[in-house]
Design a protein around this ligand. Structure first.
Ligand code: 2BA
Length: 111
């Protein structure tokens, strides 16, 4: 079994969670905040058998769209690709589809 941690945009969160549940997957939704944009996003937790990983990835990919977002000028906003260089101007970044981590699960217990 694997634990899938998928960080998605709030705009896609309800649709992707309901799509996954309609396809028989259990989902936990957490309200989270991205460190860079400091804006809300949603983190989904799914415990999934190994042979279903591709199915889950396909469903997430089908629903989650990447979007452009403009980050206003800030002393904490670095120029993309140039860490440590701060931009005095708004910077455009592409956010999501989804950022996905897949981890091995040692044990899955329901008591
Ligand atoms: P945020 O940290 O708010 O980042 C939003 C978007 O800003 C990122 O989209 C990326 O396009 C851009 N970005 C992030 N850090 C940057 C930097 N230092 N300089 C320039 N641009 C930067 P995504 O890559 O699609 O990430 C979406 C969200 O997924 C992130 O929101 C964060 O909450 C999460 N995430 C992404 N990579 C992660 C990682 N390695 N570990 C933990 N969470 C991650």
């Amino acid at each position: 079994m694997k634990l899938i941690i998928a960080i998605v945009q709030d705009e896609d969160a309800s649709k992707v969670a309901s799509t996954l549940m309609e396809n028989g997957f259990s989902v936990t939704k957490l309200a989270t905040t991205g460190g860079f944009l400091r804006a809300g996003n949603t983190t989904l937790l799914l415990g999934v058998n190994d042979d279903k990983i591709e199915t889950v990835m396909g469903l997430i990919e089908k629903v989650c769209k990447s979007r452009k977002q403009v980050v206003s000028a800030s002393t904490t906003t670095t120029v993309p690709g140039t860490p440590g260089v701060y931009s005095p101007f708004p910077v455009e970044v592409v956010v999501g589809g989804a950022t996905i981590f897949i981890m091995n699960v040692d044990q899955f217990v329901r008591i």
